[in-house]
Each structure stands twice: as C-alpha cells, then as structure tokens.
Design a binder for this molecule. Sequence first.
Ligand code: SAH
Length: 407
Amino acid sequence: MKKQLFLKRGREESIKRFHPWIFSGAVKSVDSNVNEGDTVGVYSSEGEFLCRGHYEPGSIAVRILTFADEDIDEQFFKNRISEAYRLRQKYIFPAFTGNVPEHPSLITHHSSLINVYRLVHGEGDLLSGLVVDIYGDMAVMQAHSIGMGKSWKLIAKALTDVCENVKYVYNKSSSTLPKGKYTVADEWLSDKKELPATVYEYGHCFEINPEEGQKTGFYIDQRDNRLLLQKYSHGASVLNLFSYTGAFSVYAMNGGAAKVASVDSSAKAIAMATRNIELNFGHVANHIGTVADSFDYLKGTDEKYDLIVLDPPAFAKHRSAAGNALQAYKRLNAKAMERLVAGGILFTFSCSQAINKQQFLQAVFSAATIAGRQASILHCMNQPADHPVNIYHPEGDYLKGLVIYIK
Ligand code: SAH
C-alpha cells in the first residue's frame, strides 16, 4: 500500500497551480507508517490524487516531484535527469562536446569550451531538494532534503547511465541536509577520482576540489557574469573582493587587466586562486592574492581602482535576517564606491534568496547616496540558464547583480 498524506479542506489550490512545496499547515493527516524522507501520495480532503513527493517533518512537509500518479523509482530519476541533460545539451551548450584537451596550454582563452555546469537545479528541473553539478567526468550531488539524501543510490545510477562522460559521483550533502535524525558523510558513490580535477569554463582553466571547496567546489552560477567582466577589464586595475578561488580574477587577467588583487578571508581559497592564475597565465607579477576580511581591506586602503567586484556570501539565509543583510550590502557597496576612480565600474552581487531584486537595487542606490557618487546602471545580471527558475517557484531566482558606472 502506497503511503498517503491528506490535505485540509480547500488547501489544494497552490498544488493545482504547480507550486512545488506543501507547507505543514496545509496537512490534515499522514499515514502513521510514514518516515522522514519517504515518498507520499498527496490527496485532497475529498480523496482526489494531487501529486507525489518527499515527506519531511518541518515547515515544508512535502517537496513535490510529480503531479502524475507515477512511482518515484529508478526510472523516474532517469527520466528527470535525462530531461535536464537534454535541455543543457540542446539549448544551453550546443557547442559542448565534453572533449577536453590533454593540457591547459592546448586551448585558447577565446574558446567556448565548457565542461563545468549545473545539471540539476532543484525546483527548476522539477527535482526539489536536489542539486547536481558536473565537472568534466565527475558529478557532485547535494541533497537539500532527506528524501533526496536517501535516494542517493538511484540518483548516482541515473547520473552515470544518462551522462555519457560521467564516471565519478561524489555526494557532498553532509552540510546541506536539514538537521535531524538522518545524516550522511560526504563520500564517493563511485571510485574515487584523483583530485583536484581540472575543468574548463569559456576556455579558462580551473582546479576544483569538491572534497575541500565550498558549495560543490565552484561558483558555476557566475559564469556569464565573469565573461561580462572580462569585457570591462582591459587596462584596468581590478579589486576582486570575496574572490574565493579567483574565478573573476582569471577572467579579468584574460581581458587584459593591468593588475588584479584577489581578497578572501579563506587562506585555502587564496592559495587556489593563486594556483588558478598560474594555470592560465604562468607566473605573473600583476596578480596579488590577500587573505583578509573584505570590510577591513576596504577600510585599510587609500588606493583607487578602475573596477571592483563584490560577490559576498549570502548575508541573509532567512527572511528574518533580511533587514541586517540590506544594511550590510549598503555599507559594503558604499565603501567600494568610495574606492573607485571617476569613470570606474562596480560589479556587485547578492546571492541571498531572502532579498529580492528590488531590495538589492534599493541597497545599492542608498550606497551611492552614502558615498556621494553619481552612478548609472549598465547591466542587470542574474543566474545562467543552467540554473533555471521554476516559474511557480520564484524563490529559485536567487542571484542578482548590477554593473554600475561611477561618474
Ligand atoms: N566570486 C567567487 C565566489 C564568492 S563566494 C567566484 O566567482 O568563485 C564568497 C566568498 O567570500 C567565499 O570564498 C568566502 O570565503 C568569502 N568570505 C566570506 N566572508 C568574507 C569576508 N568577510 N571577507 C572576505 N571574504 C569573505
């Protein structure tokens, strides 16, 4: 007998509009044998089948996986992951071949070669609770729900069955699963891959180590924004704050920056940034990596820059923190604007889900006022197409950025 969950009267409206979550307040009853992470069929109070998804005790009671009366089994994951893979191959990376040169020196920096991308972006790929990033022949999965955490075997099988190039699968879910009874260690679900892995993004080369790095190893979502930055970098002195492994710095150098400073509070990140610069350009004197707090760095320098990148971590992970986060964005952006030359460019971002585009724009607007600078918006940036936003789940639209011209 399949496990069932019944909604309170009249609470099926959001499901009929395809919203991918059911909140606990809408639940009337759930079978007594349902455990966290189990698949449940969801029914209206009149007994009409509505959808099927993963159950979790907590404010999101069900993460919906299908509105059809189908099983969540091996074939289900294979179908969904195939669809995500086809979408990327057909529309997002039509030139993607997966064939990479044997050595970084064999590619040109103008190449469109990309073998690092997001294959599964949760609700945007109708797989609520799951993220999968591809790094060449390695897939890194992160489960954000217990149901996805417990489905690791099916997911790993689907990934190697569907993606011709994927030989290795790493599960990096220990820190992303909701706190509770079910825990996992980060581990290989295949043979262990020799790390670091070398990957390519628009022909730039990066070393990735998912065992040590943040997220799944790399901030893939900034790919197109980095390419845009490259176009603004010629001859510029660039300050890349919150640089992590220096991805923006590599693009700036490739765009012909006069000098680039990468700043991050993590010593490991700066060591990897230095390594990535070396991989692409050999030993260069015009890149400097500094381990420092970005706020302190801005306070402690009188230097003016032509271009500053601000890509901080999410200041607001929850709505309750949004007010403080907006203050922090305001202070940070004001300080950065003060350090730009007349005619300078600011690339500024927020990846906080709890802050929307309008609020972020308002914070940057206030920052310009505080800094007393005339400013114009040149571009609005967002996440790339391999991070699709489910139209019924606007919360998935998390990355926002502005390119600002400072007069
Ligand atoms: N721009 C990067 C991603 C940045 S992620 C890219 O394209 O890859 C945010 C980074 O900010 C992390 O590397 C984290 O170590 C760093 N960080 C967090 N708080 C910081 C602080 N107060 N000062 C400097 N770096 C900080």
